[in-house]
Design a protein around this ligand. Structure first.
Ligand SMILES: NC(=O)c1ccc[n+]([C@@H]2O[C@H](COP(=O)([O-])OP(=O)(O)OC[C@H]3O[C@@H](n4cnc5c(N)ncnc54)[C@H](O)[C@@H]3O)[C@@H](O)[C@H]2O)c1
Length: 375
């Protein structure tokens, strides 16, 4: 007996990741998985079908999923894919249910057991399955790389025979997983780094990464470790403190997000107008509308003398590493269910119960973390 696992080729625009990488195949096989993949699934990251040793390739995605016990994907699949899945089969992918009402309806109708990767609880035991974190860490690293290529200056201090150049100032706003990784990367590259977040516990994390912390005196801790929205009065207080730091920075990386809401605006038109000429903002929150009033999601724009870079789906730009980590996150989740060559779901397991979105034609318990940002 074996568990039939199908991996889809991603079809959404600009999505380069794949939900399986060659290093994960032997682990799945050992647990009783038999792998089928859609032809060309790894092509966008230069992985030919032959690189996936042990997988059987099928051209037609509907034929691929028709015999599957488990379907793996990165982005929410097309409705026709769900229609072609056997009733009661398992789907594991990012879903963001708030944005996909038609898909959720179809998952319920088809009685698909769907695990939505963005719902994995932020608890220690679930860290190995936490795809939001693995993808955000890569995005945070990449934001520094991207920002530095738009700067007409280097990040570290450099002393030459002709004279010395001082280090660049980098301000990171929003110190979740992406922000902390951006701070660590900028520090490693020799910049002078400052961090800012509305959650006061991030101060210690910033200091431990060699950065300083911008204190505004506003505590915006919300439910479940996430930030809450600030009141108008709190926003004004924060703006007053932040303006000086924004206007002294060479590179600003913004990552602020509030689950279920549009990205909070942390940098106003007026603050951009007062920034140093040649400064760069990399806005990692472009998917949710951006953290800067001048952000144009998906574009790189010159606003006065400031370049604002606002890429969409940043993890996909690092498709190889992002796929590797995502595939491992999915494998770690699947490994909780694969026992003795069959799928057994232990619903008393908090990680499975909270990650599940639909099962047996019903929505699972209320969403612990409403959808906010793109995969
Ligand atoms: N396994 C675990 O224990 C685990 C794993 C990952 C993350 N976490 C926690 O989950 C939480 C969310 O992490 P994330 O990376 O998904 O964050 P996120 O992407 O939801 O948000 C990024 C950051 O933006 C900040 N932010 C929101 N509004 C802001 C504003 N107006 N001004 C400045 N900053 C603002 C948030 O506080 C957060 O730090 C954090 O508390 C993180 O430590 C826990």
């Amino acid at each position: 007996m074996y568990v039939n696992i199908a991996v889809l080729k991603e079809t959404r625009a600009h999505e380069r990741r794949v939900a399986m990488t060659p290093s994960v195949i032997p682990k799945l096989t050992k647990l009783g998985g038999r792998l089928h993949m859609q032809t060309g699934a790894g092509a966008a990251i230069q992985l030919a079908d032959a690189a996936f040793a042990g997988a059987v390739f099928i051209e037609d995605r509907l034929a691929l999923v028709a015999g599957a016990d488990v379907v793996l994907a990165v982005q929410p699949p097309a409705l026709e894919v769900v229609d072609a899945m056997p009733e009661g089969a398992i789907l594991i992918s990012f879903i963001y249910a708030d944005r996909e009402p038609a898909l959720v309806k179809r998952l319920l109708e088809r009685k698909i057991t769907c695990f939505a990767m963005e719902r994995a609880p932020r608890i220690t035991r679930a860290q190995a399955m936490d795809a939001l974190s693995s993808q955000s860490a890569l995005a945070g690293y990449y934001a520094v790389q991207l920002g530095s290529t738009h700067l007409a200056r280097i990040l570290p201090k450099m002393t030459t025979a002709a004279g010395a150049i001082g280090p660049a100032k980098v301000l990171v706003m929003g110190l979740g997983v992406a922000g902390l990784e951006a701070m660590a990367t900028a520090h490693r590259l020799g910049a002078v780094v400052e961090g800012y977040d509305v959650r006061p516990e991030t101060q210690e994390q910033a200091l431990s990464l060699g950065a300083t912390f911008v204190e505004t005196g506003v505590d915006a801790r919300g439910k479940g470790g996430y930030a809450r929205e600030l009141t108008a009065e709190e926003k004004a207080k924060v703006d007053a403190v932040l303006t000086a730091h924004i206007q002294a920075a060479d590179l600003i990386i913004t990552t602020a997000a509030i689950p279920g809401r549009a990205s909070p605006k942390l940098i106003s038109h007026a603050q951009v107008a007062g920034m140093k000429s040649g400064a760069v903002i990399v806005d990692l929150s472009a998917e949710g509308g951006g953290n800067c009033e001048d952000t144009r999601p998906g574009e790189t724009a010159l606003v006065g003398q400031v370049t604002i870079v606002a890429p969409l789906n940043v993890p996909s730009l690092l498709g190889k590493d992002a796929s590797e980590l995502y595939a491992k996150n999915q494998f770690n989740l699947l490994a909780l269910m694969l026992k003795d060559n069959v799928v057994t779901i232990d619903w008393s397991d908090e990680v499975l119960a909270k990650t599940a979105l639909t099962h047996a034609g019903k929505l699972t318990q209320p969403d612990p973390k409403p959808a906010a940002k793109a995969a």
